[in-house]
Design a protein around this ligand. Structure first.
Ligand SMILES: Nc1ncnc2c1ncn2[C@@H]1O[C@H](COP(=O)(O)OP(=O)(O)OP(=O)(O)O)[C@@H](O)[C@H]1O
Length: 616
């Protein structure tokens, strides 16, 4: 659990202004608080950058001095002085290059360290956000905040920030030197550049907009292509290849159009920079010569001006480009800081924490109500007691609130009213490490990771310390335990049929296994996790009769001796449970044994009669 997710941190976060409303400086300040490494040794880096920028002005200075005081010296060419000046300039340039390299290395180090902290804090926080927030926030955008937004920031921090500084410094130093040589010519140079300074930022914003359109079109193209690949079977089965092709062609054409539009504008921006630079050179030559003839300017100074103008053009163009990058980085920072500020809605207990030791688990709902954010109540006034070691089947129409009930027990979110108690203790007072050890949820579609069956089962292993499940399962004792639970659940016959048994790869999300086989792996994983309270969301997907028998056997074995709450989609599960709970429109409307409820003329009796008529 990261420091940022403690209740105190969350409270502190909620007192601060949200990141999305912060100005540029405030965003940078807060970013520096989150990643203090970014400021490591910044003063030295800045000093080195100043030296590097100043060193570049040495060439024009040396040219002027060499021409005016060595080549055109009153007593004839002074070779020694010329050599000395060139030597000093070369030395200065070498020192400048060294400083520049050091600046890069130092910036790279501090920014990598800072961004590592930022990325890992953001990732851990995303992980700590409730399942609810992750759903509503769209997982994709959360992932992009942790990856591409941090990359945008990284681009700016590693390159843009310092280049902006160096560019501005270079412009200042070059202007100062130009002013010393000739204020008239300096004014002329600035007069030529000013329109560019006004127009460039606008053009640059246009370029940004057009590149945003390119990214959008590119995303649409990727979406169309990947959908066609994933849905290849359906496309072939329905003979809609031509239609799909047209969609892809349109997306490709859209990307091309957007790209051409963006590139056209880039060409305009680039050419206008070159045009102005050349224009300024011409102006300097003409005006410089004129001033020279009038006796106001030496040959060396005119030549130095030509070099200085070169030093001026690059930074002007670069600074506008970097200012844009700064805008992107600032919005990236705001988004990442926004993630860090999202309060954790299932906070860890504070001082009121109560230990929850292993052992038979009793579950109680007292006056539980729940509404999803901005939604109507989906559970109301739920009172229920499940005795330790018993099995409960929750039944009800689709959308009645069964899964929500189970999610509250797993503490994916907290009830908006009332409380859920484990052995009489409110879940909000139980440390998540204890809760995860005691409550194990088997979702309808257990997620399988790319790896072998054994590795996937081993996700159920817990470290001795408690909460971190082991993913390797490679230690000999782990492999033994994996094989043992597989045997206990009666999976050895199935595993023996597979080419590599437990070492069989499952593919991404388990796509190499059938739906029934994936369930078997998920059940073995839950068995290894060995909780006291089992939450089973019964799979609705149909499996073949052999798999059905295997799953049934594994389920019975898994549930033996544990408190079990099953969201039952098959009424046969309800028949076998100790207690049946009927949920209707968010309320518990009937509770009793199967026999009791069928004897009543209630909702369960009607559901059961309909099911019997359908299946038997
Ligand atoms: N993440 C969510 N955000 C907003 N509303 C939700 C969310 N999940 C479920 N709901 C709503 O809550 C209600 C209860 O849903 P729930 O999944 O608990 O029903 P269920 O009985 O498990 O249904 P099913 O048998 O189809 O799985 C539904 O109206 C559903 O639309």
């Amino acid at each position: 659990m990261s420091a940022s997710t403690s209740p105190a941190a969350a409270r502190q976060d909620s007192r601060m202004a949200p990141a999305s409303t912060l100005g540029v400086l405030a965003t940078l300040r807060r970013a520096a608080q989150v990643s203090p490494e970014l400021l490591d040794g910044l003063t030295v880096t800045l000093a080195l950058a100043v030296v590097a920028a100043t060193a570049r002005v040495l060439v024009p200075l040396a040219v002027q001095q060499t021409v005016d005081t060595a080549i055109l010296a009153p007593g004839g060419v002074d070779v020694r002085r010329a050599a000395l000046l060139v030597g000093v300039a070369a030395l200065g340039l070498a020192v400048g290059a060294g400083c520049s390299a050091l600046v890069n290395v130092r910036l790279f180090r501090s920014s990598e360290a800072g961004l590592l902290t930022l990325r890992s804090r953001a990732f851990r926080h995303v992980h700590d956000l409730s399942v609810l927030t992750q759903n509503s926030e769209r997982r994709g955008s959360l992932v992009s905040r942790v990856t591409s937004d941090v990359d945008t920031i990284s681009m700016f921090v590693q390159w843009g920030g310092i280049m902006l500084l160096v560019s501005v410094l270079q412009i200042l130093v070059a202007t100062t030197l130009m002013a010393v040589y000739s204020w008239q010519l300096t004014l002329l140079v600035w007069a030529c550049f000013l329109p560019l300074l006004v127009v460039l930022p606008r053009l640059q914003r246009g370029v940004n907009r057009r590149y945003a359109a390119v990214r959008e079109q590119y995303g649409a193209m990727l979406g169309a292509v990947s959908e066609a690949v994933v849905g290849a079977e359906t496309i072939r089965a329905y003979g809609v290849a031509a239609r799909t092709q047209r969609r892809i062609d349109a997306a490709v054409a859209g990307t091309r159009r957007a790209m051409v539009r963006a590139q056209n504008l880039v060409a305009v921006v680039f050419s206008s920079g070159v045009l102005v630079a050349n224009l300024v050179l011409a102006v300097v030559v003409v005006a410089g010569t004129w001033l020279g003839v009038a006796g106001d300017l030496t040959v060396g100074r005119v030549l130095a001006f030509l070099f200085l103008v070169q030093l001026f053009t690059g930074p002007v163009q670069m600074a506008t480009e970097i200012l844009n990058e700064l805008q992107n980085a600032i919005s990236g920072w705001r988004r990442v800081l926004g993630v860090l500020e999202t309060p954790v809605d299932v906070p860890e207990p504070g001082d009121d924490v109560v230990p929850s030791p292993r052992g038979p688990a009793a579950l109680t709902f007292t006056g539980v109500g729940y509404a999803y954010p901005d939604g109507p109540p989906v559970l109301q006034g739920v009172d229920l007691h499940v005795a330790a070691g018993t099995s409960v089947a929750v039944v009800g129409a689709t959308g009645s609130g069964k899964t929500t009930l189970a999610k509250l027990v797993a503490r994916f979110m907290d009830p908006t009213e009332g409380a859920v108690l484990l052995d009489g203790v409110d879940l909000r007072r139980i440390a998540s490490r204890d809760l995860r050890r005691r409550v194990v949820l088997v979702p309808q579609e257990g997620f399988l990771f790319d790896g072998t069956i054994a590795e996937n089962i081993a996700y159920g292993l817990r470290d001795e310390g408690g909460d971190r499940p082991s993913t390797e399962g490679s230690a000999p004792q782990d492999a033994e335990r994996v094989a043992q639970v597989a045997a206990e659940l009666g999976l050895d016959v199935w595993l023996a049929e597979l080419p590599s048994g437990l070492a069989t790869p499952v593919g991404q999300r388990g796509e190499l296994l059938s739906a029934g086989e994936r369930q078997l792996v998920a059940l073995a994983r839950a068995r290894l996790a060995d909780g006291d309270l089992l939450l089973l969301d019964e799979a609705t997907s149909a499996v073949d009769p052999v798999a059905e028998v295997r799953i049934g056997r594994a389920l019975r074995e898994l549930a033996r001796g544990r408190t079990t709450l099953t969201i039952a989609h098959r009424l046969s599960t309800a028949e076998a449970a100790h207690l049946v709970v009927v949920v209707h429109a968010g309320r518990v409307v009937e509770v009793g044994t199967h026999a009791e409820l069928t004897a009543r003329d209630g909702q369960y009796a009607r559901m059961h009669a309909a099911w019997v008529a359908q299946t038997r």
